[in-house]
Design a protein around this ligand. Structure first.
Ligand code: HEM
Length: 351
């Protein structure tokens, strides 16, 4: 499998999340930067080798066609707004995601400075969030966040594209949403009420028994199964953030990596549109998303040697070479994929 970007790296003490749009004419600067990203990250991380600095870049659906000729990742599409009876998950602009994380914010800041410095006026920043680790890996509403994340081989299985889309194997998909919390409303609830909303105990972080866990709790609605009853996972690296200007706002930056974006989207449908007896996720009564964007995360190998830019002679040569019909890609998990990816011919020929 091609070398992935460091999507499997552990949760760190600090992170910078940057969502950028690419200005018209800025495509060349972005393309020139992509093969250099690994080197830029190494130039900072080597100076602090024990602090877990990593950079992951994601590319949005519209930007993909502006940057690359040839086939697209099968699951890449714009984030779909979800309008439930009570709560809205908005879709907001974003061509590039930079997910920079380390134990130390200075390292994140240094690397983000270098990357944005290279891009200059080719991009605009549409959202910048600085995340921090809060006591015991809790989110600002006081619950430990990330406990049920898959680990080891399960994490790689949940997150990395495999044979189902061979041209993009080693890649991933990521959804980001910036949630603002109503801390006054949340803090007015008893701990027992909060635990019923999350579906776990607050102090010792134990999942509630099925007999008492409400159907509209966050944990219940985010338990998604495949056609054979197997649990479908994503990998979340959420971080708290907050500021004090203009009355202050604080919340949770949700970031979920998945091999198939359908899994994350199904969780979101459950949360916003409800499932069975649950009208919506009760956590949403105290947490409002203000952004929502989906990106493909190419493998590190893809970034080192991306396909040609659209409209170039190299792109035309590649198109000619691939004009012969290709067999459909094999499917590792057909039921899930049938629901979302609609894979056709995905092979990318060598350029
Ligand atoms: C579980 C917080 C948004 C998916 C949890 C848990 C907490 C939490 C405290 C329980 C511990 C654990 O991590 O396993 C939050 C907060 C959010 C948020 C504060 C934003 C305000 C989301 C979103 C998704 C999601 C948008 C999916 C798109 C999950 C999943 C679990 C989980 C899959 C594990 C369920 C299980 O036990 O199997 N979340 N979450 N979360 N959350 Fe969230």
């Amino acid at each position: 499998m091609p070398q992935p970007q460091p999507v499997l790296a552990d949760l760190t003490g600090a992170a910078v999340f940057l969502v950028l749009t690419v200005e018209e004419g800025g495509e060349r600067a972005v393309r020139d930067l992509l093969p250099d990203l690994g080197g830029l990250a190494r130039s900072v991380s080597t100076r602090a080798p024990h602090d877990g600095l990593s950079l992951v870049v994601g590319i949005g659906s519209d930007a993909w066609d502006r940057l690359f000729a040839g086939p697209r990742p099968a699951g890449l599409h714009p984030f779909e707004e979800l309008a439930g009876p009570r709560h809205l998950a908005p879709a907001t602009p974003g061509d590039l995601l930079l997910h920079v994380r380390a134990e130390r914010m200075d390292l994140c800041f240094e690397l983000a400075t270098r990357v944005t410095g290279r891009l200059g006026a080719a991009v605009s920043v549409v959202d910048e969030t600085h995340g921090f680790r809060y006591f015991d890996c809790r989110d600002l509403i006081g619950f430990v966040d990330g406990t049920e994340n898959p680990v080891g081989r399960d994490a790689a299985d949940a997150v990395l594209i495999g044979d189902e889309d061979p041209a993009f194997a080693g890649g991933s998909y990521v959804v980001v949403q910036k949630y603002l919390h109503d801390m006054d409303g949340w803090n007015a609830l008893s701990t027992e009420r909060q635990e019923l909303i999350i579906g776990r105990t607050k102090l010792d972080n134990v999942e509630l028994d099925d007999a008492v866990k409400p159907a509209d709790s966050h944990v219940a609605l985010n338990t998604v199964t495949g056609p054979d009853g197997e649990g479908l996972d994503i990998r979340r690296l959420n971080m708290p953030f907050g500021s004090f200007t203009e009355g202050g706002e604080c919340g949770t930056y949700f970031i979920g990596y998945a091999r198939d974006p359908w899994v994350t989207e199904e969780m979101l449908r459950n949360m916003f549109l409800g499932r069975g007896p649950a009208a919506h996720d009760r956590l949403l009564d105290f947490s409002t998303p203000v952004t929502g964007t989906l990106f493909h995360v190419p493998s590190a190998d893809f970034l080192s040697g991306p396909p040609p830019a659209p409209g170039t002679a190299a792109a035309r040569a590649q198109a000619d070479a691939t004009s012969a019909p290709q067999p459909p890609a094999p499917s590792a998990n057909p039921a899930v994929r049938d629901g979302s990816l609609r894979i056709g011919s995905l092979k990318r020929s060598p350029s």
